[in-house]
Design a protein around this ligand. Structure first.
Ligand code: PLP
Length: 426
């Protein structure tokens, strides 16, 4: 499928039926798979043969959808997880263990911030947060001998910071570590981070990929480009024998597939955050129209951003599509077709006025979600980020009055009319 354009991959990649098989990806609603001899099954457990045996590890529906996302990103291997949180956790935990250190952009999703600042710390992995706008030298200063990963979001949720992917990739590679980027907001339709040096991409497929707010899910894609063996002493989990698989060495046995094979065969086996095949099926339906929806989200968001920007009651608008935006140049470079459909803004009068305005919206709903077909709003300081101190909020690029507006794929005039009537009431 790699010779096709991305729109064709959205529709055609993944499930490739053979003679007489269902044209549409079937839901393999089975926990288990049948074999004819005990030896056949034994070889699967030794990773000597590939094949399905238990859905916690792998399922054909999930694999077909992972393959589609893999091709959209231009990677070599991918896996689905039950959520974006699980994807980010597995992506890091696959190559970090107690005693290791990681570096993360401070402008990340609130759940990711909690995961890396608090939860992985309890497992002995420490994290230093760096400003995504920091110079290469400043980011380099955060590295320690035990640093194993640099992590960032291509377009940060909700700060909408556009990552200088090449800058981050260069610093990571100079220190012999991979760059993992969460590409949830732009999706591979607008940005393919591997083309700019990122090594591993993660997704919350819950957002634009599913696109209809029906299923929580995640995905990890490996570019296959990071040379684990070159830094063999740093990544023993990939380059040393795994006693839980009779001493196989992932890099030797699976080459470019080493990272995803380990994440599946070991981390998924032991932690079990598999995506249900039913959800993977729905995700695949969403992916078939991803290219159409993302373009419309961006088109509508550009119109809404212009409207808000010229409204007298609006204090500020953050959308990289606006020419005066701090990240406009980076967005033009990495995402020339648009960043995403999410806009943030604040109203004159601050926090209370912003909250009051949201209560006056009619069509646009207040929900803890972004990036689905329906336009919605959220006030991060009162909702997703409410556990953060004001100082942490500012570091994450979340102003206390920030309203996050996820522009849907309705008619832009109706979205603007709802915003306008709510603005009239304040
Ligand atoms: C939503 C989100 C996550 C978490 O994903 P879930 O599917 O909700 O677990 C991670 N990263 C980003 C950028 C997100 O927007």
């Amino acid at each position: 499928m790699s010779e096709y354009q991305i729109e064709t991959k959205c529709v055609q990649s993944g499930w490739q039926p053979k003679k007489g098989e269902p044209r549409v990806l079937p839901i393999y609603q089975s926990t288990t798979f049948k074999y004819e001899t005990s030896d056949q099954m034994g070889r699967l457990f030794d990773l000597e043969d590939s094949g399905y045996f238990y859905t916690r590890l792998q399922n054909p529906t999930n694999d077909a959808v992972a393959q589609k996302i893999c091709e959209l990103e231009g990677g070599v291997a991918a896996m689905l997880t039950s959520s974006g949180q699980a994807a980010n956790y597995y992506a890091v935990f696959n190559i970090c263990e107690a005693g290791d250190h990681m570096i993360c952009s401070s402008a990340v999703y609130g759940g990711t911030f909690n995961l890396f600042s608090a939860t992985v710390k309890k497992q002995g992995i420490t994290c230093t947060f760096v400003d995504p706008d920091a110079s290469a030298e400043e980011i380099a200063a955060a590295f320690r001998p035990n640093t194993k990963v640099l992590f960032a979001e291509t377009v940060a949720n909700p700060a909408l910071v556009v990552l200088d992917i090449e800058k981050f990739a260069k610093v990571a590679h100079e220190h012999g570590v991979p760059l993992i980027v969460d590409n949830t907001f732009p999706t591979p339709i607008n940005c393919r981070p591997f083309e700019w040096g990122a090594d591993i991409v993660t997704h919350s497929t819950t957002k634009y990929m599913d696109g209809h707010a029906t299923c929580v899910g995640g995905c990890i894609v490996d570019s296959g480009n990071f040379d684990w063996e070159k830094y063999a002493d740093k990544y023993p989990g990939l380059t040393q024998p795994d006693p839980t698989y009779h001493g196989i060495v992932y890099t030797q046995k699976f080459g470019k597939g080493a990272y995803i094979t380990k994440a599946t065969a070991q981390i998924m086996r032991d932690l079990g955050s598999i995506q249900s095949p039913q959800n993977a099926f729905l995700l695949n339906v969403g992916l078939e129209t991803l290219h159409l929806r993302v373009a419309r989200h961006c088109e509508n968001a550009a119109k809404v951003a212009e409207f808000l920007n010229s409204h007298e009651k609006v204090a500020w608008v953050n959308y990289a599509g606006l020419k005066e935006n701090k990240y406009h140049a980076l967005a033009e470079k990495y995402m020339p077709n648009g960043t995403c459909g999410v806009i943030s803004f604040g109203l004159k009068g601050g926090r209370e006025v912003s909250v009051g305005f949201m209560d006056k919206l009619k069509m646009i709903a207040i929900v803890t979600h972004v990036a689905d077909a329906r336009t919605c709003v959220l006030h991060p300081a009162s909702h997703t980020h409410r556990q953060m101190t004001d100082e942490q909020l500012m570091e994450a690029g979340v102003a206390p009055d920030l309203i996050r507006l996820s522009v849907g794929i309705e008619n832009a005039e109706d979205i603007i009319a709802d915003l306008a009537q709510a603005l009239d009431t304040i």
